[in-house]
Write a protein that binds this ligand. Structure first.
Ligand code: GNR
Ligand code: NI
Length: 178
């Protein structure tokens, strides 16, 4: 099921998500909804809090080819980060139409549980490292705009509030198919 994605400055996005106690049928259903929502929104990653569920679950698919290869991360923990940094122009499904450069460790290692609840470890670099760190920030209530200078963040928030106002005064209505 495709779920609605929360848009900043929705205060729920600041929630610190809770660890998952066990990976069962309910959690797998949630992960399925998350991948469906991510693909429908054309994103490369999604954290559960972005659909309003404060649990430490992430799905990702960098979409390097046609075939869908979703990655699932439950209770991820960073177990190592490179001193070397990398800069990527980031976007976020919860921060629509805003793209800014963010500096993060260029590579990282993480431990997590997979779709079956089995413990795994992954070493990431490049876009995978950036995306995983962006998603793990969501689990701690942090958005990529929180990494920007105060000026750039305020400009982004102003743009978001403006877009919300525009939406409220002229809401999109489903057109009648006659
Ligand atoms: O779809 C997404 N693209 C993206 C591009 C650069 C850095 C991070 C991302 S993640 C984002 C999807 C999203 O908002 N995940 O939380
Ligand atoms: Ni995001």
């Amino acid at each position: 099921m495709i779920r609605d994605i929360l848009i900043a400055p929705n205060p729920k996005l600041k929630t610190i998500s809770q660890p998952v106690r066990q990976v069962g049928a309910r959690e797998r259903r949630l992960m399925d909804d998350m991948t469906e929502t991510m693909y429908a929104a054309d994103g490369i990653g999604l954290a559960a809090i972005q659909i309003g569920i404060p649990e430490r679950i992430i799905v990702m698919d960098l979409r390097e080819d046609e075939a869908r290869k979703p990655l699932y991360f439950v209770n991820p923990e960073i177990s190592g980060q490179s001193a070397k940094k990398a800069i990527y122009r980031e976007g976020c499904l919860s921060v629509p139409d805003i793209f800014e450069e963010v500096e993060r460790p260029a590579a990282c290692r993480a431990r997590f549980l997979d779709y079956d609840g089995s413990p795994q470890e992954i070493e990431c670099s490049e876009l995978l490292a950036t995306c995983l760190q962006h998603e793990m920030d969501h689990l701690n209530g942090i958005l990529f705009i929180d990494h920007l200078s105060r000026l750039k963040r305020d400009m982004a928030l102003k743009k978001l509030r403006k877009a919300k106002k525009r939406e409220e005064s002229a809401p999109e209505r489903p057109s009648l198919a006659l």
